[in-house]
Design a binder for this molecule. Structure first.
Ligand SMILES: Nc1ncnc2c1ncn2[C@@H]1O[C@H](COP(=O)(O)OP(=O)(O)OP(=O)(O)O)[C@@H](O)[C@H]1O
Length: 255
């Protein structure tokens, strides 16, 4: 389990996260939702160790900082909201960044990269220059990179992905393809905490939804419990109808 416990974060004298407690099991997909500025990316940066906060982050009951860097890299991979890369690397070489410091053979690395590029449905662009790819294609290369990073199964415990708006640049087909893939990965003990602005995607795919508003967790649970008209109004300022999908049973939000 990945846990962020009692996280408080202040930036420029402003409370950005207040008493945040979030847990992610390795067999689930959890959607982190909330309006712009709610603190979602800040929470990811706290979990990754990029931002110092009060509170603690545990991976499999061990403090994040007690893991060695290679062990941590094998357990936890993060897809930030945007990834700057201006060198003329091929897509393959960008995915290969995820294999940095791995002790596997060149041949095995090639096999892993080919596999994760096909998971991200970007294998046909392996030799293309990354900076020449479209926004969605670049995003799929970055997804392949983090899959490559956590490829090796640890002897025990889970692996965790933090994905900050991974669907933002993706077309509809690839949005659903990615979320279906995350569901499949959860069955292989790879849990995902995924920031989604599309509440209907969250409702459909997430095992649990965590709602962040003004730096506080204001609701969490199954989507049909969390997404109520009053929450959508108070957190997202939206007047919506909520219906239940006639065959699949998940909530569908109509605004
Ligand atoms: N570098 C920074 N310095 C000071 N304040 C910051 C900094 N980065 C973000 N903030 C503030 O922290 C708060 C939370 O920002 P954060 O990026 O975590 O929100 P978010 O929920 O990810 O938003 P979005 O949905 O727009 O990506 C915002 O009020 C933002 O202005």
């Amino acid at each position: 389990m990945l846990q962020a416990v009692d996280v408080n974060l202040t930036r420029d004298d402003k409370a950005v996260l207040t008493e945040v407690n979030v847990a992610l099991n390795c067999n689930e997909v959890v959607a982190l939702v909330g309006p712009n500025g709610a603190g979602k990316s800040s929470l990811f940066n706290v979990i990754s160790g990029e931002l110092l906060s009060s509170g603690q982050v545990f991976i499999e009951q061990l403090l994040r900082d007690s893991w060695s860097p290679p062990e941590l890299a094998q357990r936890l991979a993060i897809l930030p909201q945007s990834s700057q890369l201006n060198f003329p690397f091929s897509a393959f070489e960008v995915v290969n960044i995820g294999r940095m410091n791995k002790t596997t053979s060149h041949l095995e690395n090639e096999r892993v990269i080919s596999q994760v590029m096909s998971w991200a449905d970007i294998q046909d662009k392996a030799q293309n220059i990354y900076t020449h790819l479209s926004g969605g294609e670049k995003q799929r290369v970055q997804l392949a990179r983090i899959f490559a990073q956590i490829w090796e199964k640890p002897s025990q415990g889970g692996r965790y992905l933090l994905l900050d708006e991974p669907t933002a640049a993706l077309d509809l087909y690839h949005q659903h393809q990615l979320l279906n893939l995350l569901k499949e990965l959860a069955q292989q003990q790879i849990g995902s905490l995924v920031v989604l602005h599309d509440l209907n995607l969250a409702a459909r795919y997430a095992d649990r939804v965590v709602v962040l508003d003004h730096g506080k967790v204001v609701a969490q649970g199954a989507s049909n419990e969390v997404f109520t008209q009053s929450l959508l109004k108070s957190v997202f300022s939206l007047e919506c109808e909520i219906i239940t999908h006639p065959t699949a049973g998940y909530p569908v939000i109509l605004c």
